[in-house]
Design a protein around this ligand. Structure first.
Ligand code: SF4
Ligand code: SF4
Length: 357
């Protein structure tokens, strides 16, 4: 069975295509302003050259901050669970993971099956994240891919009082004006980020073995600082940035199998500050009768034919990014309308989910 995992992060989108235990292809690309378009483009690149069509992908799990905005995903799973699962697949002995992403940093403890037993995350500020390193790389005019090596060359780290993105940026500029070497500035910043990350790890307790995932795990200077501070050799996957997407693909394989490979539930979602809202259409249960289209006061649905299949219900493209505005949720709709999409759907093909976690 061919399955896919897609991880829509704040800065980068990653995807993995699996056939049984083999990785058929993988992709890493920038996350654009529209997660729906980014996910579709990433999937196209993922399938290119594999001889596999989207229709042949039996189950897809989406993860990452944009996970509810992947129109072809059958399900979504939190990135914490997916990173733990992906790392466990590569290194079953790992119990402690530091996931260093574009916009947040997470310390995760997991068991021998890759199930999360504890986690803590820093998503309140950019300090210590990929975005922070991007800002500093711009200020110092050093390519992002070279900052780790530049930090490793330093013989004397410059101590930083803060890793608040705003203050550290001005501190770095001030050191630069005083003639400090860029490598020493970078080494000081890497030291400060590593100290903060280790404090996060200590709060979930560090247990052997230890791994780092996420894009920053490719930064050799950061890995070296963490190696020294944690006192353990981190186990690093060939591409640590793909761990979330790999975990999502492994969830897809498990869930697709347990559902007999039907792979036909499509989620349409919208995320805002209050949580994630999504409508799921189970295409296996939909006969395309069109009653949901005529009954919905907000014109949420349409009937469309894809790939020569029988016509089925779908959420209109124009409605997908405005779902929380258009649809008040099933319970509110049921109170205000005598009939609604649920009551007319004889196949029980539609469900609404609100996830405020
Ligand atoms: S009412 Fe139900 S069965 Fe009919 S088109 Fe809508 S989702 Fe499909
Ligand atoms: S719950 Fe009401 S508003 Fe929402 S999709 Fe169904 S019919 Fe439309």
């Amino acid at each position: 069975m061919i399955v896919a995992g897609i991880d829509i992060g704040s800065r980068a989108t990653k995807a993995v295509l699996l056939n049984k235990a083999s990785v058929l292809s993988s992709v890493i690309c920038d996350t654009g302003p529209e997660s729906v378009k980014t996910s579709e483009a990433a999937m196209q690149v993922l399938l290119r050259g594999t001889g596999v069509s989207l229709k042949e992908v039996k189950y897809t799990v989406a993860t990452g901050y944009g996970r509810v905005l992947v129109p072809f995903a059958n399900e979504n799973v939190s990135e914490i669970s997916c990173h733990a699962r992906g790392v466990n697949h590569c290194f079953p002995s790992v119990r402690t993971i530091l996931d260093m992403g574009g916009q947040d940093c997470k310390a995760i403890r997991c068991d021998d099956q890759g199930r999360v037993v504890n986690f803590i995350m820093n998503d309140k500020c950019a300090g210590g994240t990929g975005r922070f390193l991007e800002i500093i790389a711009e200020v110092l005019d050093v390519p992002l891919s070279s900052i780790g090596e530049a930090a490793l060359e330093s013989k004397s780290d410059i101590p930083f009082n803060t890793i608040c993105a705003v203050f550290a940026k001005s501190e770095a500029i001030s050191y630069l004006r005083k003639g400090a070497a860029k490598g020493d500035i970078l080494a000081g910043l890497h030291e400060a980020i590593a100290t903060r990350s280790v404090n996060l790890l200590k709060r979930v307790s560090i247990e052997k073995d230890f791994s780092i995932s996420g894009g920053i795990a490719k930064n050799k200077g950061m890995v070296q600082k963490l190696r020294e501070k944690v006192g353990l050799e981190p186990l690093l996957a060939e591409d640590p940035q793909l761990m979330g997407a790999l975990g999502a693909a492994l969830f897809a394989r498990e869930r697709g199998q347990s559902r007999n490979g039907d792979g036909l539930k499509i989620q349409y979602g919208y995320a805002d500050a209050t949580g994630n809202y999504f409508i799921t259409v189970d295409r296996a249960r939909c006969d395309g009768c069109g009653k949901c289209v005529s009954v919905c006061p907000s014109s949420v649905f349409d009937i469309a034919q894809e790939n020569g299949d029988q016509p089925k219900a779908m959420v209109r493209e124009e409605a997908r990014n405005r779902l929380s505005l258009l649809c008040p949720g099933f319970s509110s709709c049921a109170k205000s309308l005598k009939t609604n999409c649920h009551s007319v759907c004889q196949g029980n093909a539609i469900s609404h989910t609100w996830d405020s976690s």
